[in-house]
Design a protein around this ligand. Structure first.
Ligand SMILES: [Zn+2]
Length: 54
């Protein structure tokens, strides 16, 4: 299961619907590089909510 994230303007990235993957991505700031934008912690919190709300 994947979550697709899109930046306003079109660029997007997939992450796994998996808390371990989300934490890895948050630590490595991989999404910020792919989307070329700053991602605030509250966005990661929302993603956590999405992952746990099965
Ligand atoms: Zn993954």
């Amino acid at each position: 299961m994947l979550i697709y994230l899109v930046k306003c303007g079109g660029r997007g990235a997939y992450i796994c619907k998996d808390i371990k993957c989300l934490e890895k991505v948050q630590k490595s700031k991989r999404l910020e590089r792919i989307l070329d934008t700053k991602i605030p912690d509250e966005i990661y919190e929302k993603l956590r909510g999405v992952i746990f709300d099965k």
